[in-house]
Design a protein around this ligand. Structure first.
Ligand code: C5P
Length: 433
C-alpha cells in the first residue's frame, strides 16, 4: 500500500514559476490516496490561480491569515493541526528565509510555526539565489531543525541560466515524500517540540544542533583507482568520485570528523576534511588501514580496480607485436579487509547492480560481512551513476531484513539521506552491544 494512502498533506505553494508544476504534484499525491489541502502565498497567486488547486483537490484553497470567513470555516490553528505532513513546493528563497527566522506574517509561515508535524520543502529558485550564502545558511539551519529538503535539481532554469536551483519534478517530490512518510512510520517521532526532526538526528544530536554525527570519525573511500601498465599507461574506470565526495561533505556538515581517501579525481574537498590522495588499490588499502583504527564508520564508495598488472613495465611498451597479453592478478578487497578486522568500525559498502538488485546486494553484504549496503541500480534509464550529479539508492541492512529506498535526487541530498540511515543503524548497533 502507498505510504501516502489516507494521509493528509498540506501543500504550500509559494511564488515561483515552478508553481505551475505544483498542480501536477497535487494530482500525483491524490493518485497515491492522499487528501490534499493547498495553502498559497500571495506570490504564488501571481503564477497560478487558487481555482486550479480547488478543482484538483476538491478542497477550498487557503490564502489569507486574517480573513474572517476563512477563519470561521477552518481556523489557522485547526489547519496547522490537520495534516500528517506539510510539503512546500516550490519553496522560494523568501519562504525559506521566513521559515528560518520564524516569521508568522502570512498563513503559510504561521502554519509552519504552529504545527508539530514534519515540514518538507522543495526549493526552487535562480541558481545564484540558491548558491547565495544567505540561502545556504538558511537551508542548513532548517535541515538542522529537521526540515527535509527535497532537491533542488540541476538543469535549465526559467531565467535561461543552467545550474542548481530547479525544482525537482512532481514525481520525484512525491517519491521523496513517500520515503519520508515511510521513515517516520519506521521510526516514530518523539513527543517533544522538535518532533519534526528525523528520529536519527534526534537520537544522535546531543545539543539539538542537528550535528547528528558529532564526535564520530567517518572514513570514506571515493573515486577510481589506477593500476599502472607502464610509466604512461594504466587500467582504471569511469568513477567520478562525486558520490564519495558528497558523502564526505554531508558527514562534515553533520558534525563528523571526516577522512577521505580519494583515488585520482578532479574534485575539491572542504579544507576541514582530511583528504589523502592515492593512485592504486594497494595505496588505497594502505591509507585506509592507517586511518581505520580510530574510525567509527567506514563507507567504501570507491570503485576499486579488481585487478592489477602482475608485473608493471619499467619502460614504455613499444607497439611492435601484433597482439599482446597482459597478465593480471587480483587486488585486495579493501572493504572486506576492514570488515575482517577484530576491532572494526560500522562498515558500509556500495554495490552497482544491473538486475536482481536486492538479492545481489544482500549476497554481497553477507559475503563481505557488512553492516549496511547501498545499491545503485545501474543501466536504468535516468540513472547512469558514473559522472552524473544525481543518484538513487536502495539501502539494505541485515537486521529485520532492513530496506530503505532513497529516491533519485542530487548526490548531496542522497548523501544526507544515506547518512541519516547510517546514523540510525549505528545507534541501534551500539545499543545492541
Ligand atoms: O565486489 P564488488 O566490487 O562489487 O563490491 C563493491 C564494494 O566493495 C564497494 O563498496 C567497493 O568500494 C568495495 N571494494 C573494495 N575493494 C575492492 C573491490 C571493491 O573495497 N578491491
Amino acid at each position: 500500500m502507498s505510504a501516502l494512502n489516507n494521509k493528509k498533506i498540506l501543500l504550500g505553494v509559494t511564488g515561483g514559476i515552478a508553481a505551475y508544476k505544483s498542480a501536477i504534484l497535487a494530482r500525483r499525491l491524490i493518485d497515491e490516496g492522499a487528501t490534499v489541502r493547498v495553502v498559497m502565498t500571495q506570490g504564488a497567486q501571481a503564477f497560478i490561480q487558487p481555482l486550479t488547486f480547488q478543482a484538483l483537490t476538491g478542497n477550498p484553497v487557503h490564502t489569507d491569515l486574517l480573513d474572517p470567513a476563512a477563519e470561521a470555516a477552518m481556523g489557522h490553528i485547526e489547519l496547522a493541526r490537520w495534516p500528517d505532513a506539510i510539503l512546500i513546493a516550490p519553496a522560494s528563497a523568501n519562504t525559506l528565509a521566513r521559515l528560518t527566522h520564524g516569521l508568522a506574517d502570512d498563513l503559510l509561515s504561521t502554519l509552519c510555526l504552529a504545527t508539530d508535524v514534519p515540514v518538507h520543502v522543495a526549493p526552487a529558485m535562480n541558481r545564484l539565489m540558491w548558491l547565495n550564502a544567505a540561502t545556504q545558511a538558511n537551508c542548513q539551519t532548517l535541515a538542522a531543525r529537521g526540515v527535509r529538503l527535497f532537491g533542488p535539481g540541476n538543469g535549465l532554469q526559467a531565467c535561461g541560466e543552467t545550474g542548481s536551483g530547479r525544482m525537482l519534478e512532481p514525481e520525484e517530490i512525491r517519491d521523496h515524500l513517500m520515503a519520508a512518510m515511510q521513515e517516520s512510520v519506521a521510526a516514530p517521532q518523539s513527543e517533544s517540540l522538535s518532533s519534526s526532526m528525523p528520529a536519527s538526528e534526534m537520537a544522535n544530536s546531543a545539543n539539538g544542533s542537528g550535528e547528528f554525527l558529532g564526535g564520530k570519525h567517518i572514513l570514506i573511500t571515493a573515486g577510481p583507482t589506477r593500476e599502472a601498465i607502464d610509466p604512461v599507461r594504466y587500467i582504471s574506470n569511469h568513477s567520478s568520485g562525486k558520490m564519495g565526495f558528497a558523502l564526505a561533505e554531508a558527514a562534515r556538515l553533520a558534525g563528523a570528523r571526516v577522512t577521505l581517501v580519494a583515488g585520482p579525481v578532479n574534485l575539491q574537498a572542504d579544507p576541514a576534511i582530511k583528504r589523502i590522495d592515492v593512485v592504486s588499490a594497494n595505496d588505497m588499502l594502505e591509507a585506509v588501514m592507517n586511518e581505520v583504527g580510530s574510525a567509527d564508520v567506514f563507507i567504501s564508495v570507491a570503485a576499486v580496480s579488481d585487478y592489477r598488472l602482475e608485473q608493471v613495465m619499467d619502460q614504455k611498451i613499444k607497439k611492435s607485436a601484433e597482439q599482446m597479453t597482459l597478465s593480471l592478478v587480483r587486488n585486495p578487497d579493501i572493504l572486506h579487509s576492514v570488515s575482517a578486522l577484530p576491532k572494526r568500525p560500522f562498515v558500509v559498502g556500495f554495490a552497482a547492480e544491473t538486475e536482481q538488485v536486492e538479492a545481489h546486494a544482500r549476497g554481497k553484504m553477507a559475503r563481505k560481512s557488512l553492516d549496511m549496503i547501498a545499491a545503485n541500480h545501474v543501466g536504468q534509464p535516468g540513472n547512469p551513476v558514473f559522472g552524473s550529479d544525481t543518484n538513487a539508492l536502495d539501502v539494505f541492512w541485515p537486521a529485520d531484513d532492513g530496506h530503505a529506498h532513497v529516491p533519485a535526487a542530487d548526490k548531496q541530498a542522497v548523501a544526507r539521506s544515506l547518512l541519516n540511515l547510517v546514523s540510525r543503524r549505528l545507534q541501534a548497533h551500539q545499543n545492541a552491544q
